[in-house]
Design a protein around this ligand. Sequence first.
Ligand code: PEP
Ligand code: MG
Length: 590
Amino acid sequence: METVAGLAISRGLVAGPAFIYRADSLPAVPEREIAPDGVDDELARFNSARAEARRQLTVLIGQLKERGGGGETDVFVNHLELFDDVLLVAAVERNIREKHVNAEAAVRRAMGEFREVFARMTDPYMRERARDLDDIERRILRVLTATEETTLSQIDRPVIIVADDLTPSETVTMPREFVLGFATDRGSTTSHVALLARALGIPAVVGLGDISMRVKTGDTILLDGTGGTVTISPDEAAIAEFERMMRRSRELYSQLSGGGAGFVGLKDGTPVTLRANVQPGLPLCGLATFGAEGIGLYRSEYLWLGEDKNPSEEKQTKAYTEAARVVAGLGRGARVIFRALDLGGDKLMSGNLVREVNPFLGNRSIRWLLSHRDVFRTQLRAFLRASAFGPSSVMYPMIATRDELRAANEELERAKAELAAEGVPFDASIKRGCMIEVPSAALAADQLAREVDFFSIGTNDLVQYTLAADRGNEQVAYLYQPAHPAVIRLVDMTVKAAKARGFPVAVCGESAADPVMAALWIGLGVTSLSMGASGIPVVRKLLRGLSSADVAELADKVRAMCDDSSAADIYGFCRAFLLERVPDFEAFQT
Ligand code: PEP
Ligand code: MG
């Protein structure tokens, strides 16, 4: 038995069988020299493996089509042709005939040479083909070495997914009803798997080193998403103790989850709006369960992930309308804030052909939208059409300059004019918001405030860009500090700019789900918090125990500390302050 410590990113305890998933795992390739009279046999092995790999892919395409996976299918259809590529086949055969190596090594060498040629090409389309070769290589080698392919879509019973890391497009095919938890080698509090786990309300631990190499599919593991540990090969006593803790945690959580509808804010009645971050494809029932007052961040880009073309206006309108109808059903002033497509960084379409050297600083998000106006306009039309079915707002991501905001608003006006001319109903006074997630936006928030109706601070990116620390890289996780004085000052400036215009300001980054940070943000004047729905009950419980005088005092003290304190000092101070005001705070965190 061994307990491995990582980063706790989604609370809760779960015990169950592991399912190991490693995205890039290539089967080990035995390299052998073959005798001249073995050449024909080796050529036959290669060609029958090629035929079998092609057959398997054809079956997969059929299955995906049946499930309605349009975009993914197109990518694989292109791959089919590569199995018969004359040059590729000739190169492998030449290796067998002339270099006298076995089929596996011949495939590996030929693919390596072709990949290099593709990678040197200047045409991005051709460069991207190098990635297709990886896929073909994996498929043929799997047949030759009789290694089974592991995909998340194979999961057909409750499991804890143990992976090196998970990208957004990998998780689109996963049957979510069977996922008990996530444990990954890499990742951070804002990595994709963290957002997903919190949205689904399932426990997760990331940054566990090499856990995916140390556990086998089917092994029982104990995952503690609150304490941030995973226990491998637990003995009976450990399992019994863990089950006792699981029961206790469930009891506490069910006490917290009730009573959302009566939430009015702080102890003295000061209103605070608590909303959920959601993404298309995940069930919206968590909104009511956890007492969310609508959707504070609708991550629309998930409609694009795993696809190789843009979803149609109809498909988008259908998804957005569903969200608008659900929030209309929640009542109590609930609304949905649709965020325009935030593509780029680690959120890529499978058909996105442009690979950038520095994608987080590249042509992503609003920049990409403003250079693809047709896609942007179509999305705005779909948002507007959905706004006829429930209270909605539109929000622009990654704004760095006022010009971008003005250009985005102009597109919105054009979309409105088109719909009006077509006689299509929409909310003509739909509110427009700007995300504050780039330091320049916070520093010039007073300028931006004149162009919109609300702000929403995306601390996931704001922290990453302020401290220049990749939000998904555990090696620099120590620098990823939401309580850093620089971040606090930027939030403070943003709130002041919003207050001067008398409009609301939210925090929709994951720091909103950390009760300590949530209390500080509210003290600084933030009026609304949005987070993975399962984080709401704990934050609500803490805020109910605090008055507006408490949080204002907390914020004042922290402002004063910003001159001479580290993030750890500030966080520790806030935690102690909150424990003193709400003594049972620690107990309901478990
Ligand atoms: C953020 O950056 O804080 C945010 C909410 O956006 P995302 O996590 O989708 O980048
Ligand atoms: Mg962001």
